[in-house]
Ligand binder design. Structure first.
Ligand SMILES: *Cc1c(COP(=O)(O)O)cnc(C)c1O
Length: 379
C-alpha cells in the first residue's frame, strides 16, 4: 500500500551526481584527485541512508577510483548502516560523549575526536578492548561548534597524539560561510587551516590526510580540496544557493501526491486554521493529503507552489495532514497528480525554490520530509 503522497528517489541520478563531482575533482591541478567522503547523515538528507550508501558502494567507484568513505552524524546512524550491510569505511561526525561507544568498536566506525575529553574517553575505551582505534581530528577554525580550537593546539594536541590506543588518520575542519562569497570568515577559516597544515610537523601531525570542503567550498575554491572533500547536498543533485556551478546535477528526490478533492470558495471566505487565507474572489481549491506532519513547512502557506496539470498552484493553507492549493487557473480533478518537488510537464520545483520561498536552506527541505512518506527507489 502506498499513500498518495510519496517520494521517488532516483538512485541513478545519485550515481550520476557522484560521477559529476568526481569529474570536477579530476580536473584539479596535478596529483591524485581528492577522495570523496559522501555525507549521508540524517538518513541521507531524507533520501534513505541504507539505500543511498549501498548504491554508492556498489556503483559509484570506477575501475580505478577507490570507493567513497561515508559520513554520518552519530554512532547510531553508523550502526544502522552496518546493520543494512554497508561495508565502506564510515566516519562519524558528531559528538561522542553522550553516545554508546561500544558501537564504534563492534561496527568498525571511525569517530571524530573533537575535544580533549572525547579523546580521553576513546583512549580508555580502546585500551579496555586492547585495540588501536583510527580517528579523525576535528579543528574548529571559526565555526565555534565541534572541534579543538585552532589557536590552542600546542596545548591540546600532544595528549591526543600520545594516546597509545588512538591513531590520528586525518585532520579536518568545517566552513561556516562557504556559500557566501562576501563573508570574510571563509577566507579566515581557510587561512587558519592552512597555518595548521604548515605547522603539521611541529604539531606532530605527520602522515595524516586533510579535509575541509563541504559542497559549497568544493565548488567555490579548489584550494580547499586537500586529500578529500565532503559533499552532502551536491550528491543529492542540488547546489548550495546562491552558487550556480557549471555541473550537471540531477535532483535525486521528487515528492508527489494526488488531488483528493476539489471545491469552490466564495469571495470573502477563508481557508485553514486561523482563517488566515481570505479568498479575494471566487476560487477553486484542491486538497492534497500531505501536511506539516510530513515535513511541509507551515510557512509555505501564501509562499509555496505545487505543480498540478503542469501549472503552478499556490499553496493557500497548510495543516497537519493536508494542504489547500489554489487551482483556479487549471482544470484539476480528484486523482490528478501533484508534484511538490520535482518535474511535471516542462516545469520543475526544486528544493532551492522551496527553501527560497520560506527563507531556509535546501538541506532542511530535504531532511524534513517525514517518516510517514514512503520512499520508492528507482531503480
Ligand atoms: C553536513 C556536513 C557536510 C556536508 O555539507 P553539504 O553542505 O551538504 O555539502 C560536510 N561536512 C560536515 C562536517 C558536515 O556536518
Amino acid at each position: 500500500m502506498v499513500r498518495p503522497t510519496h517520494a521517488v528517489v532516483d538512485l541513478d541520478g545519485l550515481i550520476a551526481n557522484y560521477r559529476a563531482i568526481r569529474g570536477l575533482l579530476a580536473g584539479g591541478a596535478g596529483g591524485l584527485p581528492p577522495r570523496i567522503v559522501a555525507v549521508i547523515k540524517a538518513n541521507a538528507y531524507g533520501h534513505g541512508a541504507a539505500r543511498v550508501a549501498r548504491a554508492l558502494e556498489g556503483k559509484a567507484q570506477g575501475r580505478s577510483a577507490p570507493p567513497p568513505m561515508l559520513a554520518c552524524a552519530d554512532i547510531e546512524e553508523g550502526v544502522d548502516l552496518r546493520a543494512a550491510g554497508v561495508r565502506a569505511p564510515i566516519l562519524v561526525f558528531g559528538a561522542l560523549s553522550v553516545s554508546d561507544l561500544d558501537g564504534l568498536f563492534a561496527h568498525d566506525l571511525t569517530p571524530t575526536v573533537s575535544s580533549p575529553s572525547a579523546a580521553r574517553a576513546l583512549e580508555q575505551a580502546a585500551a579496555a578492548r586492547g585495540v588501536r582505534l583510527g580517528v579523525h581530528l576535528k579543528i574548529d577554525t571559526g565555526m565555534n561548534r565541534f572541534g579543538f580550537r585552532h589557536d590552542n593546539l600546542p596545548a591540546t594536541l600532544p595528549a591526543v597524539l600520545q594516546a597509545p590506543h588512538l591513531a590520528v588518520e586525518a585532520v579536518y575542519t568545517h566552513f561556516a560561510t562557504a556559500e557566501d562569497r562576501d563573508h570574510p570568515l571563509f577566507e579566515r577559516q581557510r587561512t587558519r587551516f592552512e597555518a595548521i597544515r604548515a605547522a603539521a610537523a611541529e604539531l606532530g601531525l605527520a602522515g595524516v590526510w586533510w579535509h575541509a570542503a563541504n559542497s559549497a567550498a568544493l565548488l567555490r575554491d579548489r584550494r580547499t580540496w586537500y586529500d578529500a572533500v565532503r559533499p552532502g547536498l551536491l550528491l543529492y543533485g542540488i547546489a548550495p544557493p546562491p552558487l550556480e556551478p557549471d555541473l550537471r546535477l540531477r535532483p535525486v528526490m521528487s515528492l508527489r501526491s494526488r488531488v483528493v478533492a476539489v471545491k469552490g470558495m466564495r469571495p470573502g471566505e477563508t481557508a485553514g486554521y486561523g482563517a488566515r487565507f481570505v479568498a479575494d474572489r471566487a476560487l477553486r481549491v484542491a486538497l492534497i493529503p500531505a501536511g506539516y506532519a510530513d515535513g511541509l513547512d507551515l510557512r509555505l502557506a501564501g509562499r509555496g507552489v505545487l505543480l498540478v496539470g503542469g501549472v503552478r498552484a499556490p499553496v493557500v493553507a497548510v495543516s497537519m495532514d493536508s494542504l489547500v492549493v489554489d487551482v483556479t487557473a487549471v482544470e484539476a480533478a480528484p486523482g490528478d497528480e501533484v508534484v511538490l518537488l520535482g518535474a511535471q510537464g516542462a516545469d520543475v520545483i526544486g528544493a532551492r525554490d522551496v527553501a527560497g520561498a520560506i527563507g531556509t536552506v535546501p538541506h532542511e527541505i530535504l531532511c524534513r520530509i517525514g517518516a510517514r512518506i514512503e520512499r520508492t527507489y528507482n531503480p
